[in-house]
Structures are given as structure tokens and as C-alpha cells.
Design a binder for this molecule. Structure first.
Ligand code: COA
Length: 262
């Protein structure tokens, strides 16, 4: 059992802390497994009213572990996993969760570290938090139903601006775009965001769950369709030479060269 994700419960709030600070909390399969289990547990356990995601060491998460992406891209194509991959389980559980999910973004959020926020019911950020979805820069496409959810939330131009450029934005811009409910001074975020989660956990649970359902249920089928389509294209791109070049460039600390691809 890894300590790369810590799970505790306080006053009805399940606190899930991404805890791999030397790698900026980059997510491995094992970490997705614990995150997926936490959401399942919350929905099954009456003592848990809210799940709360945050990161340790001054980062939320640098997204999927790029070493894992490289390995997945070179695994034999006909090798079907016997069980559903943890990342798939996590993304499904996140999209289908019945109880509220709160996120406290305490530093950089990259890739799935941002797309997961689109499923969270309340997102709070520290004032120096940053948000970036560099899927295209890595030769990949967005995932987690984000091509549907992001344009739904911020409009297609703003969504394309974030997805196609892979630019990094700060907390103030994220709040202005509507990706974040509130921004706190960095040192106050852990206390303030957790207090909001605990206040939510103390509210009438049926009313909270019904309100979440009213906000989310209409879109669930379309989110699921987007997630599946993105997943197919993502898996194909993962095997591409574009991704090999992008990931080699990251670990070799150089700029990728996509000029040879047509
Ligand atoms: N996967 C694997 N390792 C990662 C990682 C990731 N997604 N993100 C960071 N790391 C590792 C780095 O390789 C480095 O490891 P090392 O100390 O063994 O060399 C360590 O975490 C610290 O990262 P570093 O790049 O030195 O920190 P930084 O503050 O200069 O930059 C980031 C932080 C997140 C901007 C940068 O690491 C980055 O761009 N990471 C890749 C993010 C990404 O593309 N994620 C996938 C999105 S789909």
C-alpha cells in the first residue's frame, strides 16, 4: 500500500491528499486506484458526506505520471488488461459520484489535475495556484469528458484557447472563467477550503445530494459519451510517435520537435 495518497475522515469529510511531493504529486495507477476507492467508499458510507481532494508539498498534481504514459504507449496493442484500469475507474467514479466532491488546489494543477476539477462540485484555489492542460503539447487529447464539460462551462473559444495552446493560467483567471468558486490567500486555503467542506458535510444530506443531482444528472450521458470517445482517441495517440517525441523531450529536458510529423 503506497503512502502516495493519504485518506482520512474528519467531521464527515473524507480528505484525500495527493502525497508524492518529489514528483509534484504526479499520478500513478496505484494512486488512481486509491482515489477511485475513496469515491466509491464515500457513496457507500453514510458517515462520509463530502470527499475533499488536495495535494501536499505545495502542488495539487502535475497530472498523470509521464513515465507511466511512456510505458502504456509501448505495451503490446492486443494486451487487454484483465481488470478495468484504475484511471478509468477513477474517472468514472468521479463523473458518477452522488455525494459532493470539493477540491482545494494548493499549487500547480496540470492535465487530469485540471480536468478532474470540472467534475468537482466546489473548487477552491490558493492565489498562486496555476492551471494547465498541455495535452496537445504532449501529442495527446483531453480526457475525462473535458471536451464537453469545459466548453459547457466557459464557452468553446475559451476552451479551445486552453486546450490548443496548453497555456498556464493563474487562480484569478480561473476564477474569472468560472473554473473556481473562490480564491484564498495560499496560507489560508487549507483552513478555509476544509471549513467549506465541513460546512457542506453538516447540511441536510438528502437536500445536498438532490441538489447535486439536479445540477449534474442532465449532462451525465453526454459526459460519458465524451469520455468514451476521448478515451479511444487518447489510447491511439498514446502509441503515436508524436507522444514518444514529446515524452522523450520532457525527460531529456529539451523542446519537442514535431516538424517531421505530417
Ligand atoms: N510525470 C512524472 N514525473 C513528473 C511529472 C509527471 N507528470 N511532473 C513532474 N515530474 C517530476 C519531474 O520529472 C522531476 O523529477 P526529478 O526531480 O526526478 O527530475 C520532479 O517531478 C519535479 O519536477 P520539475 O519539472 O523539476 O519541477 P518544476 O517546478 O520545474 O515543473 C511542472 C513542474 C509540473 C510544470 C513540470 O514538471 C511539468 O511540466 N511536468 C509534466 C506535466 C505534464 O505534462 N503532465 C501530464 C499532463 S497530460
Amino acid at each position: 500500500m503506497t503512502d502516495h495518497v493519504l485518506v482520512t475522515v474528519e467531521d464527515g469529510v473524507q480528505i484525500v491528499t495527493l502525497n508524492r511531493p518529489d514528483k509534484k504529486n504526479a499520478l500513478t495507477a496505484e494512486m488512481y486506484g486509491i482515489m477511485a476507492d475513496a469515491i466509491e467508499k464515500a457513496d457507500a458510507d453514510p458517515a462520509i458526506r463530502v470527499t475533499y481532494f488536495t495535494g501536499s508539498g505545495g502542488s495539487f498534481t502535475a497530472g498523470n505520471d509521464l513515465g507511466d504514459f511512456a510505458k502504456a504507449g509501448t505495451a503490446p496493442a492486443d494486451e487487454q488488461p484483465k481488470e478495468k484500469p484504475h484511471v478509468t475507474r477513477f474517472l468514472e467514479n468521479l463523473a458518477e459520484a452522488r455525494k459532493p466532491i470539493v477540491a482545494a488546489v494548493n499549487g500547480l494543477a496540470v492535465g487530469v489535475g485540471v480536468t478532474m476539477l470540472l467534475h468537482c462540485d466546489l473548487v477552491y484555489a490558493g492565489e498562486s495556484a496555476t492551471f494547465q492542460m498541455p495535452f496537445v503539447n504532449l501529442g495527446l487529447v483531453p480526457e475525462a469528458g473535458s471536451t464537453f464539460l469545459l466548453q459547457r462551462q466557459i464557452g468553446i473559444q475559451k476552451a479551445a484557447d486552453l486546450f490548443l495552446t496548453g497555456k498556464k493560467i493563474g487562480a484569478a483567471k480561473a476564477e474569472a472563467l468560472g473554473l473556481v468558486a473562490d480564491v484564498f490567500p495560499d496560507n489560508e486555503l487549507p483552513v478555509e477550503a476544509l471549513a467549506c467542506a465541513k460546512a457542506l458535510a453538516a447540511k441536510a444530506p438528502n437536500a445536498v445530494r438532490a441538489t447535486k443531482a439536479l445540477l449534474k444528472d442532465n449532462d451525465r450521458p453526454r459526459v460519458g459519451e465524451a469520455r468514451e470517445t476521448e478515451g479511444r482517441i487518447f489510447a491511439a495517440q498514446l502509441r503515436s510517435d508524436e507522444v514518444k517525441e514529446a515524452i522523450s523531450a520532457f525527460f531529456e529536458k529539451r523542446q519537442p520537435d514535431f516538424s517531421k510529423f505530417g
